[in-house]
Design a protein around this ligand. Structure first.
Ligand SMILES: Cc1cc2nc3c(=O)[nH]c(=O)nc-3n(C[C@H](O)[C@H](O)[C@H](O)COP(=O)(O)OP(=O)(O)OC[C@H]3O[C@@H](n4cnc5c(N)ncnc54)[C@H](O)[C@@H]3O)c2cc1C
Length: 456
């Protein structure tokens, strides 16, 4: 492996690709590598602002010839790799979104974000299987599984991918679907960035134009009651309802509704695809637990789906950690409150429990490498790496993981813990496919799997 100081001349690469080729110090380099997570910015040796699959293929071939590893970034929401010394392929220019209302599909470029798909699908009464925030990238989210407010009804986003185009480590652009490159089709849907750079993805849209939902914010004093009520109420919901509950330490942000600013609050999130009247009946037991600070649940167009989780849309420096839980008995809730409840003095900004089950637990029509299907709940915690409590965040994330360890079954690929989340026979199959398509570990920087393979 050559070092950053001996980076080969990029002139030939710049001549071969249509997009910009930038090295540290070039104007525009910092903007190109900066994404949503401001704490994850590291320094690749060169960044290629790809405009097409051909640009991606040129960049991969150049990286291989010059003995560099390849990383990819669309939005920077989910960067866990060290980009140091890599060739970073920035896909943000490849942001086309085409909706076919008759086929009920969307075909998107590698840099598309969910907001663009939601807005293109909505006029046709259709919706994609996006997650909690529409600022997230479609491809990174979907290749990691993709768990959102419609997942209990329809499954993981990866379960509804129809075809992909991907550049593999040999620099070839490959069409991937259940017939062509079927092993890659299985592996990329759940195996995330380990197989190559996805340049295009086609997936199903769902006939969803509206929902009844949003969030109820409850005071810190009710945290214990709310979490205990939620853990018994949530599993009684039908598949067309989704819910999560989050312990939030909200900033004193004037953009937030007044009763929430600077408060510790418990946020019960809810989405139901039935009528508003049916949704009200389902939600009534949670509404009865305590007097809310704010009740923002109602009838909404699907395009307003961000209102359910209210994730921060602006980039910020953060660290996160996930786990899947096999069950959530009263002792697990007590353990969680012990380290992250209102009296615990935790620096974590968000600690969220999400109900899984329903279609999430069912095998998809075409099997894939998605993990976490059999878990009952997902836990995600986020700490902001700024301000006086930033230093306590890594320890608090570890402490929370330790507290719920007795009930932990693994982790989702999109919300990883330490190490990689794949296990069991699927892990062996995934590793075999990764090693066969990428024997030199060209894409090893995307997630941990490839680093552990015997090929390197
Ligand atoms: C605010 C927020 C809300 C979230 N909500 C949810 C949620 O509700 N459900 C859920 O499942 N996840 C959620 N996530 C996690 C998110 O799905 C992952 O972080 C995902 O990796 C983000 O993809 P990206 O392209 O936006 O990020 P990037 O940082 O650009 O990419 C992250 C990784 O995705 C892979 N990747 C990206 N592009 C490609 C490509 N073209 N080819 C191959 N691999 C690629 C690579 O491994 C890359 O390192 C959330 C994250 C944030 C920050």
């Amino acid at each position: 492996m050559s070092t950053a100081s001996s980076l080969p001349d990029t002139t030939a690469l710049a001549a071969a690709v249509a997009g910009p080729v930038l090295v540290p110090g070039d104007p525009g380099f910092a903007e190109e590598v900066t994404g949503y997570n401001l704490a994850a910015v590291t320094a690749p040796a060169v960044v290629v602002g790809a405009t097409s699959a051909d640009d991606v293929a040129e960049a991969v071939r150049w990286a291989v010839v010059n003995d560099r590893k390849v990383a990819v970034q669309a939005t920077g929401h989910g960067l866990y790799a060290d980009l140091g010394d890599t060739v970073l392929i920035s896909t943000r220019r490849m942001d086309t979104v085409n909706v076919d209302p008759d086929a009920r599909t969307a075909r998107v470029g590698a840099g598309a974000r969910w907001r663009a798909v939601i807005d293109a699908a909505a006029p046709h009464g259709l919706a994609p299987l996006n997650g909690s925030s529409s600022t997230v990238g479609v491809v990174g989210y979907t290749t990691g599984g993709g768990l959102g407010p419609l997942s209990r009804r329809f499954g993981f986003a990866a379960d509804h991918v129809r075809r992909l185009e991907i550049v593999t480590a040999d620099g070839q652009v490959r069409e991937v679907d259940p017939e062509r490159n079927a092993d890659l089709f299985w592996a990329v849907r759940g195996g995330k960035g380990n197989l190559g750079i996805v340049t295009e993805m086609e997936f199903d849209l769902m006939p969803v134009a509206r929902f009844y939902g949003g969030g109820i914010f409850l005071p810190a004093a009710a945290a214990r009651e709310v979490l205990h009520a939620w853990r018994t109420w949530a599993p009684t919901l039908p598949d067309d309802a989704s819910t999560s509950v989050a312990l939030l330490q909200l900033p004193p942000d004037p953009a937030l509704p007044e009763p929430l600013r600077g408060r510790y609050a418990v946020h019960v999130r809810f989405t139901h695809l039935g009528t508003a009247a049916e949704g009200e009946v389902l939600l009534a037991p949670m509404r009865a637990v305590a007097e809310p600070l704010l009740d923002a649940v109602g009838e909404m167009p699907y395009a307003a789906i961000d209102a359910v989780h209210m994730d921060p849309p602006q980039p910020l420096p953060f660290a996160d950690r996930g786990a899947t839980l096999a069950s959530l008995p009263a002792e697990a809730v007590d353990a969680l409150l012990g380290v992250s409840g209102p009296e615990a003095g935790s620096p974590l900004a968000i600690v969220e429990l999400r109900l899984l089950g329903g279609a999430i637990a069912r095998a998809p029509q075409v099997p894939n490498a998605v993990v976490g299907r059999d878990a009952a709940f997902s836990l995600v915690a986020i700490g902001v790496l700024a301000g006086p409590s930033a230093g306590g965040v890594p320890g608090a994330l570890k402490g929370l993981a330790a507290a719920v360890e007795p009930w932990t079954s693994g982790a989702l690929v999109n919300f990883p813990a330490d190490g990689d989340p794949w296990n069991g026979p699927d892990r062996e199959r995934l590793e075999e496919i990764v090693v066969r398509h990428d024997p030199a570990g060209t894409f090893a920087t995307n997630l941990a799997l490839a680093r552990r393979s015997p090929a390197r």
